[in-house]
Write a protein that binds this ligand. Sequence first.
Ligand code: CUA
Length: 338
Amino acid sequence: MITRYLFLAAAVAGTGHAASNEVHNIANIFKPVTTPGKQEFDAAMLVLWVCAAIFVIVVSLLIYALIRFRRRSDDDFEEPPQVYGSNQIEAAWTVIPILIVFVLIMVTARVIAGVEDAPAPPNAIRATVIGHQWWWEIQYPELGVVTANELNIPESGTKHQPSFLKLQSVDVIHSFWIPQLGGKVDLIPNRNNEIWVDPKTTGTFLGNCAEYCGTQHANMLIRAVVRPKEEFAQWAAAQKLPAVNDESVAAQREVFESLSCVNCHTVRGTSGSGKFGPDLTHLMSRSTLASGMIPNTRENLRAWLKDPQDIKPGCLMPSMQLTDPQLDALVSYLVTLK
Ligand code: CUA
C-alpha cells in the first residue's frame, strides 16, 4: 500500500496547476495544516508528554527499588522495615491521577467543542462528502458542482475562509481521514457529521478511508487539493459548466450513450444521468482513476474500462466485455471531458 502511495505521489506530482501541484508527504499526522488539525495534534502531544512523564517516574522508582533493595549476597539477607497502609501515600496516588485525568478531559473537551460545534461563517465553502463502496462523491450544493475522489477547497488565507464539510454515507460506515487536515471522522448512513478545515498551505494532501467498509476499503483513497482562492474560483466555474461537446468525437459520444455506462454515470449535457457511480462530466480534471488507485492517463482509463475487476477486484463497476472498437470509442470520448 505504501509503495502504491509513493508511486502515486510521484506520478501525479507533475499534473495540475502551478500552486496546487505539490503532493505532500504520506499520511503525515505530524504536519497539520488546519486549525482543527493543529488543535488535535497539540492535544495528542500533551497526552503523549503527560504519559511519557508518568512512565519515566514509574520506571525510575522501579529501577531505584530494584537496585536499592536487591539482595547482595546470601548472608546479608535482612528484611526491610514492614509497613502496613499509609493514608498519605494512598491519598496521593488517588488524587494525583484524578487531577491528571481531569486536566486531560478538559483539554480534550475544549478541542472537541472547537472542532465540532463551530458555526460556519457566511463566507465558508460548503461541501458534502458522501461515502460509497469504494469511492467518494463530493458535492458543492451552493456552487452547483459534483465531483469525485478529489476534495477541492480554497486555501483559508488571511480572511479566514474555512470549508465546512458534511459527511454522509449511502451504504456502510466509512471514515474520512486526510491526516494533515485533521482527525478521522466517520461517515454514517442516515446521519450528518460535520467538520471544518481551514488549510493554510496549498497543495495536494493524501488521505484514505479509515473504517473497514468491505473488500476494497484499502483502495478507497481520497485527496484534498487545496488551491489559492482565485484558482479555486476558476476550478469551480469550470466544473459548473456542462460537459465539453467536442464535435470531432460525436460518433464516439454516441457509443458512450448507447452503452449501459449511462445508467450509472452522469455526463451533464448527454443522456448519461446515472447517480450510482462517479460523475464523469469533468473526468479529465481529476488526477486519478478508481478512487486514487491509478493515475488518470489514457492507457489506464482504457485498462480500467476493459476490466475494472482486474484493477479493483470486487468494485461495483462490472466488467462490460467491451469490444476493442467500443473501448477505443469510449476512451476517445472520455478524454475530451476536461
Ligand atoms: Cu470506505 Cu473503508
